[in-house]
Structures are given as structure tokens and as C-alpha cells.
Design a protein around this ligand. Structure first.
Ligand code: IMP
Ligand code: MG
Length: 174
């Protein structure tokens, strides 16, 4: 089955929005240091671009959870594939995600991280599909709310491909 990708958000739109979020975060965290936690692999492109736009001191760590196979629907199974390298106790943590869809992955992850007693914890996502929410998760910073479509690019994949697209595109199957 061949896929077709139609641009939903252009490279310019995404970059401009990330710059704006970076400025907002820099204001909100004035006088503090932010510990960015990237959820691999989808969050990598967004976190790197966002970090470049943040003007307060930043440290970074990475974790990987699995909730999707090569399918386009959530399995509901969340597994930690790679844990953080450093403790987050007492740190001002900002979790950076590519997309909040059903909310299953994030609600599990945030609960687990909260048990580790960070000084504060907020969530920043590039994309949000509110129509698909099953579990409520509080999102502090959102790049774009998008319709219920399967999207790729800027870190998001379909079957591990298209992560490197510099824009967000909708996948259609023909
Ligand atoms: P959730 O647990 O349903 O909120 O989904 C979380 C994860 O599913 C995201 O972090 C993505 O990795 C993946 N995902 C959800 N929607 C999409 C999409 O439209 N394109 C690519 N990956 C997606
Ligand atoms: Mg993700």
C-alpha cells in the first residue's frame, strides 16, 4: 500500500511556533534552570529546536516508551524501553513530547515521573489531537491542535519512516 503525504503545517509555521513557545517558556522559567525530558524518538526534533529557543539554563535527558507498533492506532500498552540517566528529584522538569493522542502514554509517564519528586513538572507537546483523548492529561504548552488525522514529520513516524521531514504532513493511503 503506497502512502501519500500532504502538508498540514509548513516548515515555516512549525519553526515560528517553536520560537514563540521557547520565548514563553523562557519567561515562565525566569531565574530557574529547566530539565528537559525528551520522549524518544518522536520528541527529538522538537526538543532540539525548542531548546535552542530557550534562554534560561537547560539540561536534558531522554527516555523511551513504547505504545505503538507499526500500526496507526494506540495499543494501550506502555512499556519503558529506556529510562532516564539522571534523577529528577528537586528539578524543574519539562517533559517534551511530539504528540498527545489518546493520552495513555503521557498519563502513565507523568504519574511515574511524579513519584520521583521533581520540584515541578510541566508538559510541552508539539501537537495535540484533542478529539482522540481517552485519558485527560494537563498540557502546559501546545504547538498546534490538529484534527484526527495520522501525521508524520518533525520526529513523527509512520512505521519508522518520515521522521526527518522538516514539516508536518498528513498520511493518506491509496
Ligand atoms: P497516545 O498514548 O495515544 O497519546 O499516543 C502517544 C504516541 O503515539 C505519540 O507519542 C506518538 O509517538 C504516537 N502517535 C500518536 N498519534 C500519532 C500520529 O498521528 N502520527 C505518528 N505518531 C503518532
Ligand atoms: Mg511520542
Amino acid at each position: 500500500m503506497a502512502e501519500k503525504i500532504n502538508v498540514l503545517l509548513s516548515e515555516e509555521e512549525v519553526d515560528a511556533r517553536i520560537k514563540a513557545i521557547g520565548e514563553q517558556i523562557s519567561k515562565d522559567y525566569e531565574g530557574k534552570q529547566i530539565h528537559l525530558i525528551c520522549v524518544l524518538k518522536g520528541g527529538t526534533f522538537f526538543m532540539c529546536e525548542l531548546a535552542k529557543r530557550i534562554t534560561v539554563p537547560v539540561s536534558m535527558d531522554f527516555m523511551a516508551v513504547s505504545s505503538y507498533g507499526s500500526d496507526t492506532k494506540s495499543s494501550g500498552v506502555v512499556k519503558i524501553v529506556k529510562d532516564l540517566d539522571e534523577a529528577i528529584q528537586g528539578k524543574d522538569v519539562l517533559v517534551v513530547e511530539d504528540i498527545v493522542d489518546s493520552g495513555r502514554t503521557l498519563s502513565y509517564l507523568l504519574e511515574m515521573l511524579r513519584d520521583r519528586k521533581p520540584a515541578s513538572m510541566k508538559l510541552c507537546t508539539l501537537l495535540d489531537k484533542p478529539d482522540r483523548r481517552i485519558i485527560d492529561v494537563p498540557v502546559d504548552y501546545t504547538g498546534f491542535q490538529i484534527p484526527d488525522e495520522f501525521v508524520v514529520g518533525y520526529g513523527l513516524d509512520y512505521d519508522q519512516r518520515y521522521r526527518n521531514l522538516p514539516y508536518i504532513g498528513i498520511v493518506s493511503f491509496e
